[in-house]
Design a protein around this ligand. Structure first.
Ligand code: HEM
Length: 384
């Protein structure tokens, strides 16, 4: 039930010793996510994320209007508008085939790791497909993604300097690789996102090569680990709620509201740590002074009893489920439709095809990150 969040919500806007502010209640979060006086630009932050180090050009998640809006608009033209099926529908057969292939590989095995065997490889394959990365390069891609993701871990058992160096190296290698791929696509466009971005002559002007590469990087980082965690948190939650799992077996359409409830109940992104106040901002009668860094506790907002009835209950029948799992406002996740569909297909197929799945360890080991929440491994036994 996240007692720390309940404690935090007693002070909706709390000043920390280092001068930063923490916002933890639904109403205040929804309000501030739409406040035009907030910046997402890391250059305005007193405590930037370690992962920002070594970045060449920031991507538009860490930009403010008008640059943010221009790049987001161009990217969205090719990624399908967020509320229409668009590209996601076109990708549906590939998504189902990828999940099917991964599950084929472990049918009959008595013990599987939901993370390593499915949740991890699935989204990276999807993003490679989207960007037009050739299949044979996928394993290299995975190594780089891993390096980048590990750099934002806060695991005290691993050496932070080494992780940072690996992260910086991975960023360089990935940048070089994407640059090479883009150069090929300039000459010989294919039917992939990189080619379409490179050849867009729309009203917002062309993206430069650097902008295309940083956008591709963003899709990778924003779209990978988050989806891994949604699938893994989803399987864990289902195994902890056997009656709901049984219901889903008999009624596969339940997966749609179920994934929505998962995004509220066990969201992959718990905190947005990158906001700063451009000018003095008043929230819930508290003035946050200009220049302060602000932490947005999204997961706490999605468990706020003033907004959600019985918030600690996992209830796929919940109505009016406006959770904060994808944020809100101008930076609202635009990968939402893809992430939802990936999780629906992965969880739906796991439940259909696993034979009496059982958790090997509960709780499983978790990634040590205050921002992203999900198991590093999720071992499940089934009747082999
Ligand atoms: C932004 C969550 C999957 C692409 C965001 C934000 C959140 C989020 C909370 C807002 C960040 C902010 O306000 O600063 C998630 C979760 C996902 C997921 C929980 C999976 C379950 C994806 C996927 C993609 C993607 C699959 C694309 C392949 C993006 C992009 C942004 C973003 C491009 C930046 C939007 C902007 O700055 O305008 N995501 N995301 N995400 N996400 Fe996702």
């Amino acid at each position: 039930p996240y007692p720390l969040y309940a404690e935090l919500r007693r002070t909706p806007v709390a000043r920390q010793e280092d001068g930063s502010y923490v916002i933890s209640t639904y109403r205040e979060l929804a309000d501030i996510l739409h406040n035009p006086h907030l910046s997402s630009d890391v250059r305005n932050m007193s405590h930037p994320m370690p992962s920002a180090e070594g970045a060449t050009t920031p991507s538009f998640i860490n930009m403010d209007p008008p640059e943010h809006d221009r790049l987001r608009r161009i990217a969205m033209r090719h990624f399908g508008p967020p509320h229409t099926p668009g590209l996601v529908t076109a990708m549906e057969p590939a998504l189902t085939a990828t999940v099917g292939g991964l599950i084929d590989d472990f049918t009959g095995k008595e013990q599987i790791d939901i993370v390593d065997d499915l949740a991890y490889p699935f989204p990276v394959t999807v993003i490679c497909h989207l960007l037009g990365v050739p299949r044979e390069d996928e394993p290299r891609f995975r190594v780089w993604v891993n390096g980048l993701i590990n750099a934002i871990d806060y695991d005290p058992r691993t050496d932070p300097k080494e992780k940072l160096e690996n992260g910086v190296q991975a960023r360089k290698d990935l940048h070089e690789y994407l640059g090479g791929l883009l150069a090929q696509r300039h000459g010989r466009p294919g039917d992939d996102l990189l080619s379409r971005l490179a050849n867009d002559d729309g009203p917002d002007g062309r993206m430069t090569d650097e902008e295309i590469i940083s956008t591709a990087n963003l899709l990778l980082i924003a779209g990978h680990e988050t989806t891994v965690n949604l699938i893994a948190n989803g399987m864990l939650t289902l195994l902890r709620h056997p009656q709901i799992l049984e219901r889903l077996r008999g009624d596969p359409d339940l997966i749609v509201p179920l994934v929505e409830e998962l995004l509220r109940y066990e969201p992959p992104v718990h905190i947005i740590p990158w906001r700063a106040a451009y000018s003095d901002v008043t929230v819930a009668d508290t003035v946050i002074p200009k220049g302060s860094q602000i932490m947005l506790m999204l997961a706490s907002g999605s468990r706020d009893p003033d907004r959600f009835h019985d918030p600690d209950r996992f209830d796929p029948d919940r109505r009016d489920n406006q959770h904060l799992g994808f944020g809100s406002g101008i930076h609202l996740c635009f990968g939402g439709p893809l992430a939802r569909r990936e999780a629906q297909i992965a969880l739906g197929e796991l439940v259909r095809r696993l034979d009496r799945p059982r958790l090997v360890a509960d709780p499983p080991p978790y990634r040590r990150s205050p921002v992203l929440r999900g198991p590093i491994h999720l071992l499940v036994e089934q009747n082999g």
